[in-house]
Design a protein around this ligand. Structure first.
Ligand code: PEP
Length: 248
């Protein structure tokens, strides 16, 4: 399977710093990695249109960090999949742990967002992951299994069109990366859950996210069920993000 490397810029950046970052990414000539790895970036909503035009004609795809369950209407502050498609987005991250925890997003809401994304032609990147307390009490499989099952139950066979990102909450922005073996074990479990629902689910890309850096990317991406990465902090530095894309 072709690898996928996605940069989540979170609430970082400005017009000036985005322009510099994109210039760095374009200069890194990621087109050379295109046959083996697709690359995408997910800037804050307000910069999506700017970034879309800066990336036009390049090998780098665009994604959003969230999407509404709704299409149009009186939903103050929301952005719909139709709007995101119109400005050129290909992906929409849903259920990032920061949204699950700071915005109380439930498993069902995340699944509904994935459904809305698909309905509008976006590929949802569904994030799942356990907290440190959950890992330490042996709840990892219960938690990520429950988060993924909500998506499977809501999407039916359409789940074969999503991307799943395993992001242990304790590894996000902390500098603590899951070891390749720890990450692979959870990915294999997620693959099993998907396959139990749909025998042909081996085609669903499973990304790992959580303190991926240029120096640990290659070993993570070499694991059997790790099909790429969702990158936070390191996606804000063109040289680091390009090195991670090359590692894929
Ligand atoms: C993320 O938030 O999606 C993430 C993986 O962040 P970081 O790479 O900074 O841990």
């Amino acid at each position: 399977m072709k690898k996928l490397v996605v940069g989540n810029w979170k609430m970082h950046g400005s017009r000036a710093s985005n322009a510099e970052l994109i210039q760095g990414l374009l200069a890194a000539d990621l087109a050379a990695t295109a046959p083996r790895a697709e690359v995408a970036v997910c800037p804050p909503f307000v910069y999506l249109a700017d970034v879309a035009s800066a990336l036009q004609g390049s090998a780098i795809a665009l994604g959003s960090q969230d999407v509404s369950t709704q299409t149009q209407g009186a939903y103050t502050g929301e952005v719909s999949g139709v709007m995101l498609r119109e400005i050129g987005a290909r992906y929409a991250i849903v259920g990032h742990s920061e949204r699950r925890s700071y915005h109380a997003e439930s498993d069902q809401l995340v699944a509904d967002k994935a459904k809305a994304a698909l309905a509008h032609g976006l590929i949802p990147i569904v994030c799942v992951g356990e907290t440190l307390a959950e890992r330490e009490s042996d709840q990892t499989e219960t938690v990520v299994g429950r988060q993924l099952q909500a998506v499977i139950d809501t999407l039916g066979a359409e789940v074969l069109k999503v991307v799943v990102a395993y992001e242990p909450v304790w590894a996000i922005g902390t500098g603590k990366t899951a070891s390749p073996e720890q990450a692979q074990a959870v990915h294999a479990f997620l693959r099993g859950v998907l396959k139990a629902a749909h025998a042909d689910a081996s085609s669903v890309p499973l990304l790992y996210g959580g303190s991926v850096k240029p120096d640990n990317a290659a070993t993570l991406f070499a694991q059997a069920d790790i099909d790429g990465g969702l990158i936070g902090g390191a996606a804000l530095k063109a040289a680091d993000f390009a090195a991670i894309a090359r590692a894929a």
